[in-house]
Ligand binder design. Structure first.
Ligand code: 5GP
Length: 348
């Protein structure tokens, strides 16, 4: 397929985005608005232009800077609305946002009011009018320790029952070099046992076999990245076998991994390893703002890197509906929407 035709195809392809961190997804346009609100001039220093890489630690520095601009409910609501609109413009029909409920003493924002601000944006008339279904996962940031992890799960439990199916699960994220899995295990276990869906960042960096093994015991519903599953100490065997046997879907973020240098090149990305075994995989952006990407671009990169046909891209997108944390009736509606688009875009 020619480049411009592929680009159009990927843009028109209906897509599910299952791994998008709210604050990492903020576009340059919205960051400029936030800086203006705070009367800050200067250049945005948080997004990595095309082709530019940084280390994983530098990526986490970028999140710290962004968090300084979203310290009150009004800005959290504003960025949530903007991020959803941008995903919708990119042809995303189902979006699972994830975000860490954050407390900011000097503005009075609490973890609860943070979640409320995100939900208010999702439920606003402007967003409800868009052709996109949005669900929310509450993130446990590894750096915040055991107590905050449990508090986050309690909030998620409460909203699971009261948010009209909007809050559906919990994510474990944050700098993988920080914290010990034993700190989060009890909270994640409570989440798993009380009906919340679990998506866990696993094996994002090398040398975490013990943690990965332990967290896999929780039978997470999806895995974020899983970059070093196949490079575990025991060769390819145990962890890969476990994930394969349980068919745990992988959320794969090509550009994020290459830009953070956990994967050297697109060609070396572990997508190929799993895809060749027909393991459930979905493409995601991770942090579309920080990594200057879109979900359509991720599909395009996958197609050119791994020689995927339009039909294969279609199948990856369609099958991703199966791994969404939404209710069955929502998934049925999404499948209907996909099938409506199918003849229009695959026939071209
Ligand atoms: P927020 O949760 O504030 O909406 O989104 C930013 C946060 O998501 C970061 O502070 C970090 O905890 C998490 N995050 C974003 N991207 C990544 C990633 O690639 N790996 C991990 N482990 N965490 C991430």
């Amino acid at each position: 397929m020619e480049t411009h035709t592929l680009r159009d195809f990927c843009q028109q392809l209906p897509k599910t985005e299952l791994h998008a961190h709210l604050n990492g997804s903020i576009s340059d346009h919205t960051l400029t608005k936030l800086m203006r609100r705070r009367h800050l001039g200067g250049q945005n220093m948080t997004s990595f232009e095309k082709g530019r890489s940084r280390t994983l630690d530098e990526c986490f520095q970028a999140f710290k800077i962004i968090h300084k601009l979203t310290e009150d409910e009004e800005s959290v609501k504003m960025v949530t609305g903007d991020v959803i609109k941008e995903f919708s413009q990119d042809g995303v029909k189902y979006l699972e946002l994830r975000s860490t409920p954050r407390e900011e003493e000097h503005t009075g924002m609490t973890r609860r009011s943070y979640v409320e601000a995100v939900l208010n944006a999702i439920r606003s008339p402007e967003i409800s009018a868009l052709d996109i279904t949005v669900r929310l996962l509450l993130s446990i940031d590894r750096k915040n320790g055991a107590m905050v992890a449990m508090e986050t799960v309690k909030l998620a439990q409460e909203y699971l029952l009261t948010s009209d199916d909007c809050v559906v699960g919990v994510d474990l994220s944050g700098n993988p070099k920080v914290g010990h899995w034993r700190d989060f295990y009890p909270a994640l276990q409570v989440a798993r046992n009380t009906g919340l869906k679990l998506s866990l960042h696993l094996a994002e960096i090398p040398g975490q076999d013990e943690e990965t093994q332990a967290l896999l015991e929780l039978r997470p519903h999806r895995i974020g990245h899983g970059t070093f599953l196949k490079a575990s100490r025991n060769g390819t065997s145990e962890l890969v076998e476990h994930v394969r046997k349980l068919k745990i879907p992988l959320e794969l973020c090509l550009t994020s991994n290459v830009k953070c240098q956990t994967v050297k090149t697109y060609h070396e990305h572990h997508f190929k390893f799993w895809f060749d075994q027909s393991h459930p995989c979905t493409f995601c952006t991770d942090d579309k703002g920080v990594f200057s990407t879109t979900l359509s671009e991720e599909y395009g990169i996958a197609a050119t890197t791994f020689g995927l046909s339009p039909k294969q891209l279609w199948d990856i997108s369609y099958n991703s509906i199966d791994f969404a944390f939404a209710q069955h009736d929502v998934k049925d509606k999404l499948r209907f929407t996909w099938n409506e688009h199918k003849h229009l875009i695959l026939r071209k």
